[in-house]
Write a protein that binds this ligand. Structure first.
Ligand SMILES: NC(=O)c1ccc[n+]([C@@H]2O[C@H](COP(=O)([O-])OP(=O)(O)OC[C@H]3O[C@@H](n4cnc5c(N)ncnc54)[C@H](OP(=O)(O)O)[C@@H]3O)[C@@H](O)[C@H]2O)c1
Length: 340
């Protein structure tokens, strides 16, 4: 199939209401680019000038309409974890079809779960050997996108981040460290808190997606987000407590403990298969993208400060808490279940 040439600068961000999508819309608009913010309900995502459009990514026709005229389509959709196997392939295929139909590059916000067990930093050349069901699914998705590009249907960029932290993010790291540090409570850490770690600040992910979308010279590129060198879980938690003015109390939990909790709590069972990442070095090497695109990373000190600022601004919490939908979306539930 011949792809029509893309025209203009319009970026369509699908999943624009999520933690990554929202920041991506803001950064693209700040760079002076026309942006379409695609959410299921067409809501305002907080960036003046962004065009809100409603489309469910499981509806191919609506999605293609929402992407029309775009030079770049960003795949920032994450279905609820319980329906990943059912919905992620449907959404991904619909995004490939939509981007291909309108002649846009498709940029996919990926993670590193397809690499599986590693002994050192993960690069774009690390073999894909997933050890979790969710890692197998992520490998399948990336493979499907790259295959569509190889078949000449569209241009694709896969951008991979480590575990995210930052305003609005729900992840194992984000959920377990920052609110606890702010309130002077015990930080529950899944895995070994003293292993090398490169958590990704959400703005760095969004910036990489924006820049790669505009500048990727390849038809099928895989890029890792640059990080500011390594830290550890303990060092990150210590920095959060230092900035919050609280005393660090850290309680590590291994896979066995989380599995045991999983006998009672389904969310803990889902989380247990991902704890392996924190029982080995979890380092994402983004030096290739740093060199290619001149991307730099937010120092942990700054990322922690901005995360704590956002949490302070979001208080008081209980009434505004979003419902628990997945381990990635509200992982703080898992150690809570462990510790009772
Ligand atoms: N969180 C992490 O640590 C992490 C790390 C690496 C990579 N990533 C990847 O980055 C991507 C974005 O993650 P995130 O943290 O921004 O997730 P998020 O905050 O949960 O946002 C996901 C968004 O997807 C939207 N969505 C779900 N189903 C949809 C559908 N059928 N049609 C249209 N939109 C739909 C949701 O829309 P509603 O607002 O309508 O619910 C939500 O806004 C995901 O692929 C994720 O795997 C995340």
């Amino acid at each position: 199939m011949t792809r029509p040439p893309s025209t203009g600068d319009l970026h369509a961000v699908v999943g624009a209401g999520g933690a990554v999508g929202r920041r991506l819309v803001a950064l693209l608009a700040a760079a002076g680019l026309p942006v379409r913010a695609v959410t299921r309900d067409g809501r305002d995502v907080g960036t003046p000038g962004a065009e809100p459009v409603a489309a469910d990514a499981t509806d191919p026709e609506a999605l293609t309409g929402a992407c029309r005229g775009a030079a770049v389509v960003h795949h920032c959709v994450m279905p609820v974890l319980a329906r990943w196997t059912e919905l992620f392939p449907v959404v991904t295929d619909a995004l490939v079809d939509a981007a291909s139909t309108v002649g846009a590059r498709l940029v996919y916000a990926d993670d590193t779960w397809m690499y599986g067990r590693v002994r050192g930093p993960m690069t774009e050349d690390t073999p894909w050997r997933p050890v979790s069901s969710k890692g197998v699914l992520r490998a399948w998705i990336a493979e499907r996108l790259l295959h569509a590009a190889a078949a000449g249907r569209l241009r694709v960029s896969v951008v991979r981040a480590g575990e995210l932290y930052g305003p609005g993010v729900r992840s194992l790291v984000a959920g377990n460290v920052f609110a606890a540090a702010l309130r002077g409570r015990t930080v529950h850490w899944l895995g070994d808190p003293d292993l090398p770690l490169t958590p990704t600040f959400v703005d760095d992910f969004a910036r990489a997606l924006a820049v790669v979308g505009r500048e990727d010279p390849s038809d099928a590129g895989v890029w890792h987000v640059p990080h500011p060198g390594g830290t550890t879980g303990r060092a990150l938690a210590a920095e959060a407590c230092r900035q919050a003015g609280t005393r660090l109390r850290l309680w590590p939990h291994g896979t066995a403990q989380v599995r045991a909790a999983g006998l009672l709590v389904p969310l803990a069972r889902e989380g247990a298969e991902m704890v392996y990442q924190f029982e080995q070095p979890f380092e994402v090497d983004g030096s290739r993208a740093a060199r290619a695109f001149g991307l730099t990373a937010t120092p942990y000190e700054d990322g922690v400060r901005r995360t704590l600022d956002a949490l302070r601004a979001d208080r008081p919490g209980p009434a505004r808490r979003r419902p628990v939908r997945s381990v990635r979306q509200d992982p703080g539930q898992v150690p809570g279940a462990v510790s009772g």
